[in-house]
Design a protein around this ligand. Structure first.
Ligand SMILES: CC(C)(COP(=O)(O)OP(=O)(O)OC[C@H]1O[C@@H](n2cnc3c(N)ncnc32)[C@H](O)[C@@H]1OP(=O)(O)O)[C@@H](O)C(=O)NCCC(=O)NCCS
Length: 152
């Protein structure tokens, strides 16, 4: 379902956006990235994109390009904007950018327990290709990551 997307734009993230991005990050992730993680991604020249409407940050995505592969490092949609098609929109945008840079595959990691994100990735054509044991911190110990790949 895609609603109210008339005024939404996706654009490159700027240092001035970091404060708003971090607020959303802390709202939606139990183990959020630090401000330094975002600042380092910008400095490193990763593909850092935000999705916004006037006065509202809807979400963001960060992707690292290597010669033939793209790695989506994070994707987040603010709680009030979830389940309305925005995550899919940002994901398809990142995939299009990866294709435009001649990537052959897009990879990402997702927590074993994150069923909604895994569903989005599966519906977009990603396949579970590997498991990283104990990759993520969790409330009780560690949690596995599913490595997912989309062949372009
Ligand atoms: C995961 C996340 C990015 C998805 O974005 P979203 O805007 O909520 O999802 P969308 O509305 O674009 O949904 C896209 C598809 O995924 C499926 N989906 C998304 N959330 C779902 C849920 N809670 N239950 C079932 N299906 C779900 C929908 O079926 C939808 O498919 P459709 O287009 O065929 O209807 C977003 O919910 C989020 O930021 N969550 C918290 C942070 C997070 O987990 N990020 C991912 C880290 S890997």
């Amino acid at each position: 379902m895609i609603t109210q997307q008339q005024d939404a734009v996706i654009r490159a993230m700027l240092p001035a956006d970091l404060e708003r991005v971090i607020l959303v990050e802390r709202e939606i992730f139990l183990f959020p990235w630090s401000p330094g993680n975002f600042a380092d991604s910008l400095k490193a020249g990763y593909t850092c994109q935000i999705l916004e409407q006037p006065d509202s940050l809807i979400g963001y995505g960060i992707m690292m390009m290597s010669p033939e592969e793209a790695h989506i490092l994070t994707l987040g949609i603010a709680a009030d904007w979830q389940n309305k098609g925005w995550g899919k929109k940002m994901l398809l945008h990142l995939i299009a950018l990866a294709k435009a840079q001649n990537a052959k595959s897009v990879f990402l990691d997702v927590r074993e327990s994150n069923h909604s994100a895994a569903l989005l990735y599966q519906k977009t054509g990603f396949q579970h290709v590997a498991t990283r044991k104990g990759y993520y911190p969790a409330m009780c110990g560690r949690e596995d990551a599913r490595v997912m790949q989309l062949v372009l």
